[in-house]
Design a protein around this ligand. Sequence first.
Ligand SMILES: NC(=O)C1=CN([C@@H]2O[C@H](COP(=O)(O)OP(=O)(O)OC[C@H]3O[C@@H](n4cnc5c(N)ncnc54)[C@H](OP(=O)(O)O)[C@@H]3O)[C@@H](O)[C@H]2O)[C@@H](O)CC1
Ligand SMILES: [K+]
Length: 507
Amino acid sequence: MRYLVTGDQMKEVDHYTIDTIGIPSLVLMERAALAVVCEIEKLVNKKSRIWVLCGNGNNGGDGIAIARMLHLKGYRTTAILAGKRESATRETMIQLEIAKKVGVDLVDYPDFTFGECDLLVDALFGLGLNREVLGSYREIMDQVIASGPALTVAVDIPSGIHSGSGQIMGIAFRADVTVTFGWEKLGTMLYPGKEYSGTVVVAEIGFPEQSLSTIKSEFFTFEPGDANKVPLRPAYSNKGSFGKVLVVAGSRNMSGAAYLSSLAAYRTGAGLVKIFTVEENRTILQSELPEAIIATYDPKEADASTEAFKELLGKQCEWASVIVLGPGLGRESYVKNLVEEVLTNAYVPIILDADGLGAIADNPDLTGYFTENIIVTPHLGEMARLTGSSVEAIKKNLIAAAREYADRFGITCVLKDAVTIGALKDQRTYVNSSGNSSMAKAGAGDVLTGIIAGLLALGLEESDAAALGVWLHGRAGDVVQEKYGGYSLLASQLTEEIHTILQEQTR
Ligand SMILES: NC(=O)C1=CN([C@@H]2O[C@H](COP(=O)(O)OP(=O)(O)OC[C@H]3O[C@@H](n4cnc5c(N)ncnc54)[C@H](OP(=O)(O)O)[C@@H]3O)[C@@H](O)[C@H]2O)[C@@H](O)CC1
Ligand SMILES: [K+]
């Protein structure tokens, strides 16, 4: 597991480390600069022309220290000062004085003659960027971009990218490598910032782990090796030991989603999966997945909400230890009754997905039945329908959108996008780092739902199952992409690779 931070949180960590622990900020700055120089030396030689573009804040201070180190090592380095020297921070002023004394080529931006550049070191704005880049700074950035540096190394975060949301604040540099300090920033994890950051190197520069205790909301991601968080299946067990997953899915002629969710739940380790669907789907589901139990309902009875239907559904809910509600249910009027009955009868974790969420969007009163064991898994379009916001507005701050919805009902919200967010009911926020664009295909969401159900069936609680499920799903997608390339993935292939990831368990 890796912690992630916003720029504001990192500033709290800075303050704690400097003021409470007592590590001087110039010591941190020196280590930050050394870490960047170490990466730069992998990319250039002594003939390379290096520009270090420095702002007025401490990001610029890092830049001047980097320019000094490169100069002392014999690299052809020019530090371009973008702001007025007299308005620099205390640390940056000190760096300027040191740089002058050792003969660093320091040029104020208006006096700089642009030519060819082999490497741009971007130290204009770091975590202090707090508004749109306009006026003279925008002009400088335009000019630097137009001069076409062959490579760009960003210090802490590419200038122009917001450290909390990943949004472009008017204009941004595109880095090949970003060297960031302490912990990765959300801004380089989330699009479009992720695309502008290149390879992100996290440099350890002396922040003690305890400084994270100053942070209130926790952001994290998983990484290879975290499959060992999936509970082991003990040897002394039977199929009932590993949970019973009820998949309420599939209207007439829509058996595919039910199949994919059920298969994924089994592949993740669930002991028993029962599909509750319409009679027309029985034969096909039985032949596709004979391991699943099939139970059926009559849509007319569901539509009329008869006592017999309620009793039947009540029994299914009683049987289940986990419920998947929604894949391929369609938009017919009885779906509302189905969703309402499950929400009122079940006291187990429920993953509400796809058409189940559509029913909630069409009948917002149903949210009155939400309890803390609900996990919703909307994609952006579904989230827009649930909240009444536009997709564009949600995209501007995915984390805020997911967190707001989760907190409104005290539930877990998995907001699916190129970087999926898990706003967990325990207040931690998961930011996914696995997966790829080949997974943007029909059925991939049904597989995710099934994986989360499988993890719940194995005994994980909702927050852990949601986060780990998203990560496993993406890892399976990465394995499929390695084998089949970026175009040909089928959602069913994701289920065929779940075992590959689970075998990464090191225990
Ligand atoms: N603390 C430490 O010890 C360590 C810190 N470290 C380094 O410090 C960095 C953070 O430094 P920082 O806080 O000084 O902010 P930074 O990003 O340099 O820029 C702030 C300046 O930009 C300005 N400004 C903002 N937006 C603007 C806009 N749109 N257009 C124009 N101006 C704008 C803003 O102006 P103001 O808002 O005050 O008007 C201010 O002058 C961090 O990323 C890391 O690299 C490391 O050395 C490790 C130790
Ligand atoms: K920067």
